[in-house]
Ligand binder design. Sequence first.
Ligand SMILES: NC(=O)c1ccc[n+]([C@@H]2O[C@H](COP(=O)([O-])OP(=O)(O)OC[C@H]3O[C@@H](n4cnc5c(N)ncnc54)[C@H](O)[C@@H]3O)[C@@H](O)[C@H]2O)c1
Ligand SMILES: O=P(O)(O)OC[C@H]1O[C@H](O[C@H]2[C@H](O)[C@@H](O)[C@@H](O)O[C@@H]2CO)[C@H](O)[C@@H](O)[C@@H]1O
Ligand SMILES: [Mn+2]
Length: 441
Amino acid sequence: MRKFSVCIVGGGSTFTLGFLKSFVRMREQFPLKKLVLFDIDKERQDIIGKFGEILFNEKFPELEFVYTTDVKEAYEGMDFVFMQMRAGGLPMRAKDEHIPLSMGMVGQETCGAGGMAYGLRSVVDMIKAVHDIREFAPAAWILNYSNPAAIVAEALRREFPNDKRILNICDQPENVVRSCSRLLGVDWETLDPVYFGLNHYGWFTHIYDINTGEDLLPKIKDLISQNGFLPQDAEQRDPSWLDTYGMVETLMKDYPEFLPNTYNQYYLYPEYKASHLNPDFTRADEVMAGREKRVFTECKEVIAAGTLGDKFDDISDAHAEMMINVAEAIAYNKNNRHILIVENNGAINNMQDDAMVEVVCELGTNGPRPMRVGNIPQFNLGLLVNQVSCEKLIADAYFEKSYQKALEAFTLNRMINDGKKARKILDALIEANKGMWPDLK
Ligand SMILES: NC(=O)c1ccc[n+]([C@@H]2O[C@H](COP(=O)([O-])OP(=O)(O)OC[C@H]3O[C@@H](n4cnc5c(N)ncnc54)[C@H](O)[C@@H]3O)[C@@H](O)[C@H]2O)c1
Ligand SMILES: O=P(O)(O)OC[C@H]1O[C@H](O[C@H]2[C@H](O)[C@@H](O)[C@@H](O)O[C@@H]2CO)[C@H](O)[C@@H](O)[C@@H]1O
Ligand SMILES: [Mn+2]
């Protein structure tokens, strides 16, 4: 069986620990030859890297493992590059969330003003990183899930129009499918979804039983109205994620046709959300106090002990597992189904061809083959055309360094939706993002 070389960009991320353990657990199905962690922050990188040395020494000694801040060392010889950078780090995520909320608008990692602010930062760093990767690994598959994936995907499509080995992915649709499996009491892999939308803005039209072909969506709707909706791994979730999944019940009461992505709540209830989020303690604060602390504490404990001890088990990490399954599909030409972000080109018949949409695709060595969903209803189309316009205008603002295009994106966005508010928040975010955004004129 062929073995592969993988680099993780954003090696100091809070998600890397889960990947390192998952590469050990999944070594039979996706065997690694070499694993490299790359980050621009040496301090974060070193802590996770030292943990990795101990983990692999005990559990995967034949693996060649390197952590570095040097691009050549990181990318040369790689088959896959997993991209999970956070431009500006969690402190800037906190600003993306706090600043809009302080003005009465939704503050969120990928949606609304915060999402667009993060988008402009991310596009700057992602375009540079992909150029670096292509210098040293021209044929590597680039699997991007750095957020906001919708805006990053649009910008990469424009900057690298002929590069067919860049794939943008999000785990949230699969997380929703996994959550349905909890409700139904079945294995999530027996569920065969039909899905359409943009990243973090979509709907499931059907969820079929893969064995019988029965559409389980009516049953799922009944179960949600009786029991509410919980993430598959509810016991491990912070309170804000339980609230987020809880909103699916409300969304389904108001718009019962399809099962929504959890992120739809920000677009459909912007005022309610803005008034129910705490402007002084947002998800970024919860992550810094929770996941970030847990991950770095665990690494430091293992480094101090010089051994893994009880810090490794067989409990799978859904996020890492999904991204590794995507690489596996490409590596072994599996042509199995994944929900991916791809150029539309008729997949959603009544949307523009050059929109980056999220749909079910078959995935193999030659890349994704999107499955058509036909025409979507006017309501969903109207919402998506509005949002895809925001995402395209943010990409325009980056490429043209245009204040006007950014202002138009902010004005159109459903979480702002007003020219005067748009200018006020855009100006505040320009100030907060000095040196990290292109210079908008
Ligand atoms: N699409 C998805 O489904 C999905 C799921 C989970 C996480 N994510 C994304 O993964 C990323 C990491 O999230 P996190 O919460 O662990 O953040 P984090 O801040 O803990 O980690 C990000 C790491 O990226 C590094 N970094 C920043 N800019 C970089 C650059 N230019 N080059 C290389 N490294 C750089 C930082 O130093 C940091 O160590 C975010 O973009 C997040 O949105 C996406
Ligand atoms: O608020 P965060 O940082 O916990 O999560 C934000 C991300 O949420 C989605 O991803 C998963 C995440 O990967 C998983 O580990 C767990 O935390 O649940 C999240 C939701 O299912 C989303 O798809 C990402 O784009 C966000 O960055
Ligand atoms: Mn996502």
